[in-house]
Design a binder for this molecule. Sequence first.
Ligand SMILES: [Ca+2]
Ligand SMILES: [Ca+2]
Ligand SMILES: [Ca+2]
Length: 715
Amino acid sequence: MFILNKKLISYFLMLMFIALLISIAAVSVNVAQAAALNYLTETTHSVLIGTVNTIYGAVTSGSSNFLRTKNQGYMVMSSASNGTEQETSFWSEITLDSVDTYIMSLKIDVAAKTSISNSTQKIYLYNYDTSAYEEVKSSSINTSDTDVVYLNEVNSTIAKYVSATNLLKIKIVVTNTSSFTASFDYVNIIYEYQPQVSNRVVCTYNVDNATLEEGTISANNAIYLKDRDASYFSVDSSASNKVAWNSIVTMDQPRSQIKTLIITYSGKYSTSCNNSWLSLWNYETGNWEVIYNFVSNTSTAIVRWLTSDPAYINKFVSEFNDVKVRLYNSASASFTRDADYLNVTIYYDTSNSVKSFSPDTLELDYGTISSGGVTNLSAFDNSSVVINSDAANKIAWKCQTTIDVDRQYIKFLTVMTRVKVNTATNSQYFSLWNNSTSSWNVFRTHTSSTNNENLIMTLTDPEGLYKYISSSGVIKARLYNSASSAFTRTTDVLTFCIEYGTVGTFEFAHLSDVHELIGSDNFKAIINELNNSIYPAFTAVTGDITDHGTHVQYDQYITDKALINGTVYTGPGNHDVRWWNANGKNDWKTKIGDLYYSFDYSGVHFVMMDSTVNLELDEKFGKAQLSWLSNDLSSVGTSKPIVIFAHHPFKIHDNVTGKAELLDLVKNYNVVAFISGHQHYYGYTIENGVLWEYITYIKDNTSQEYTTVKITPND
Ligand SMILES: [Ca+2]
Ligand SMILES: [Ca+2]
Ligand SMILES: [Ca+2]
């Protein structure tokens, strides 16, 4: 199946030439191949508490459903007496999904408050080794919402909390000396794990747009949301002391493939104001829905909300793969909101093949290695490369890998590193080496953290990838940062992950009916344009290369054709075989070559058909040709995309003898386009995802009467 990308069509139609974009479904996944790799695609997953089992106290309003979003919507419990204390407590058993190997990190995020101050909240996890609960976190909570986060990044101490069947049991206990009610807003259990066999991969989208709802922009613009770099998109509050804007991200992946959706925001305020409300557009109800609210501070806060719940992904991602994010807050006086960073990251299942590559080399531009080496970067295992800054307080490592997949088939490249520093530093710059400019291009600017963080850059433009993947498959990445004093950077992982299909991304040129123009300056101008600005993968000419099929005209076409860079595939038209003599087809064979034939390019099969009849205007596909086609296609198989060329249009000439047989013959194959000429005007239709196109005749290069057809693999 293929789809015509309407956005891109309109874009290309704005150009002087007429262009079409064909997107072709990539073929099946090679799981066996992926399984054999040292597979490094990390998955962050979120599980929500399902059934709540109360121990002391009772739920008086709300339910565990209220714990999915941090929105001041609560599950409320009233306390009961436990000995000398009042207590609310509940436990829940959670099944962790698809934990193929070990869990790298476990984070439990609880937001709650109590009706009276000085309550104690404890988080317990069930230890399957000792068959008893263990306290993992104890905090004081009071009458305002309090966030309590338990974070464990040491695999060996997480494993005991997960049963052989991937169960995790959590108990949350709140106590006070007097009776109280506890209001639980949010409980999210987030774990990172490393699947051994999966086509689940990560893609990150940096937000660079915003639609203002309340307030006026006071500094910079929404492009500043792209990087977490302490440079801000600043908005002054409106007359009613409100700031609100929303951003939209369109993802490359269909909603059905998205397994985890992560929203990250970072920002600060000129003065403290009311809570900030982070919302997502609910496409089912047509309303904003708060997912996370947080205190609006004058210091930068980073908030992250994620879900792996299909019901949430379905309502927050549109059928066109859009996510809309909104930030709203208000105050009693005017204020400025400085938004640093907004990012949407997804983990998704891809139908493409996936491979991950660890770096082959590690070199330092700045700093010295205090422990570890390149091999430590190949696994998420807290075994890391530790680098000390140099005398100028800088660290930069650069790594390279060599991939063994032809870059023409690569759709996505994701480079991920897991890194932390021992003390705050300046922004970290994550770059790829640009082979065309011989310089590092910064893709992510990210404030450093003393906690492990994953820095991810994703390149989704197949042509853009050519700059960063050399013809021999070399990719180089670099991470640079500096500080005002000495620091240490610890890097656990660097991985290069590619998604690739069996169809490459390329563009070919289609010309037809060149007969009136051969030998002219106008034709040479068109050839010049193809050679110097279009750079087609190849050129197809669908007939009428001569006006009357004379030897002189054939020779002129051959002379002109030699000026076109790259391979030119030519098929016959009625002018070529109709006028000169009854020997037209034999003259073609002598001068040009086969009347019909096929060829392959970058995973696509192309067939040039002969629709002509000696001495006639009209068209015919003869039995011998159809028999040849039957044999040809049977060796191609039913999944490979096929494009069929002929001079006479397949669609609008219903009097073609043998057309019904041709269409019947190809109906079980993956024909994505029928392309022809003859009409001397341009048109196309798309039926059941198949393109039927006919183009105009070549007249002059101001009218640009040729098309370029771009093939891209589908998702
Ligand atoms: Ca809630
Ligand atoms: Ca920024
Ligand atoms: Ca490691």
